[in-house]
Structures are given as structure tokens and as C-alpha cells.
Design a protein around this ligand. Structure first.
Ligand code: BEZ
Length: 213
């Protein structure tokens, strides 16, 4: 097991998936990536989660994000279960699912939390940037299905803040005003943020979202 922290390089691996063998870093290429684990195939919450991810594919594509799922089940199980996901969630699974039968990748990414379950993965999410660095991590228990709208929201924030000197405030959604980061001086603001800004306090300065027309 390794401890992964924000800013670390996402560990590379080779894996069998429902879309063939992948080398994780090569498969990501220059795109952003989401690696997410689910506890087990043929379980109800996971069925709804993977169906939802399939329906969000165009949203991930728009953001240049590749998505890959993982559980410690085998390929035969994944392939059988995909038919159920497609049937019950009215979709077509359109992303690879890693078959991590010996838990190697789950251990590499610390996705098994023994005090929650000794064998099955929790619901981990790793968002990885084009530089292969880990940008965000989320961990949910088996009993709570993830909110994939929240995942799109944080990707919008990560992609915005990677290229502009802003941060996103509480409950921010794409299109809302952004916070100018503290290391930008007031003198620099007109050049960096030509749409203007509002100073609420010297340390709390808002500007319209810079990457929108
Ligand atoms: C589920 O996906 O429904 C699930 C999986 C493992 C434990 C509890 C629920």
C-alpha cells in the first residue's frame, strides 16, 4: 500500500479491462483522468453509479476527461454485469472497467480500507491532471452512491484554477464569480482580470469567471 497525496504522481500500472489491456499513463495520454473504484459487481448502488457515468460520457468528453472504473472482480463478472447495467439503467457502458482480481491496483491506490471492509474497495475517486499528478481525491463508503454532478463541478473548478489565478468559493458552479488568489496584487488585477473585480475585503476579491465570454 502506498500513501497518495495531492500533487503526487498517480502511480502507473498495467491492467486488464473490459476494453482490453491498458497501461494507465499511456491510456490517459494528454487528457485528464478519473479513476474510481466501486465495491463489487452485481450490487445495487454500483449498478446505478456505473449507469450514471455512462450517461455522463459526453460531459466528460467535453472536458477532455477519460474515465475508468475498478473493482476486485474479474473480467467475466464485469462483462456479465455490464449487460445488467445497460438493461436496468437504460444506457450503454462506454468506459473501461478494470478487473483487479488480486487487488494490486486497489492496494497501490489505498482503495481497501480494512476497517470498512477487509476485501472490497471503498468508493474512491482520483482526478488526475494531464501532468499525471493527483488533483483531487474523494472517498465514500459502500452505502453512499456518489454525486457525479459534483464530480463535474470539481473538474470545472480544477480545470479553471489550473490556468487562471483564481479559486472557486463555497458552492461555486460553472459561471459563478471566482475568488482572486491572494498572491495576485491589486496592481496586477486590471491586466489579469479585465472584466473587473469587487473588493469585499482586501483578502476577499471577486471577479467574473475568466474563461467565459
Ligand atoms: C452497492 O453497490 O449497492 C453496495 C455494495 C457493497 C456494499 C453495499 C452496497
Amino acid at each position: 500500500m502506498s500513501t497518495i497525496r495531492l500533487g503526487d504522481e498517480a502511480p502507473n500500472f498495467t491492467a486488464q479491462t473490459t476494453a482490453g489491456e491498458i497501461n494507465f499513463h499511456n491510456w490517459l495520454g494528454d487528457d485528464w483522468g478519473i479513476l474510481f473504484s466501486h465495491p463489487a459487481d452485481y450490487t445495487p448502488v454500483c449498478t446505478t453509479e456505473l449507469g450514471t457515468v455512462a450517461k455522463y460520457k459526453t460531459e466528460f468528453d467535453k472536458r477532455n476527461v477519460k474515465v475508468v472504473a475498478l473493482s476486485v472482480d474479474g473480467l467475466e463478472s464485469h462483462n456479465g454485469w455490464i449487460k445488467d447495467i445497460n438493461e436496468t439503467q437504460n444506457t450503454t457502458v462506454n468506459f473501461p472497467i478494470i478487473a483487479d482480481e488480486n487487488s494490486e491496483i486497489a492496494m497501490l491506490y489505498d482503495m481497501i480500507h480494512p476497517n470498512a471492509d477487509s476485501k472490497l474497495t471503498v468508493r474512491s475517486v482520483f482526478v488526475i491532471g494531464p501532468d499525471k499528478k493527483v488533483k483531487l481525491m474523494l472517498t465514500y463508503p459502500a452505502s453512499t452512491g456518489r454525486n457525479f454532478n459534483e464530480l463535474l463541478r470539481v473538474i470545472d473548478s480544477l480545470q479553471l484554477t489550473a490556468y487562471h489565478k483564481v479559486a472557486t468559493p463555497a458552492n461555486w458552479n460553472n459561471g459563478d464569480p471566482c475568488v482572486i488568489v491572494p498572491d495576485v496584487s491589486n496592481d496586477e488585477i486590471p491586466k489579469l482580470f479585465p472584466k473587473g473585480h469587487t473588493e469585499i475585503k482586501p483578502y476577499l476579491r471577486l471577479t467574473p469567471q475568466p474563461n467565459l465570454n
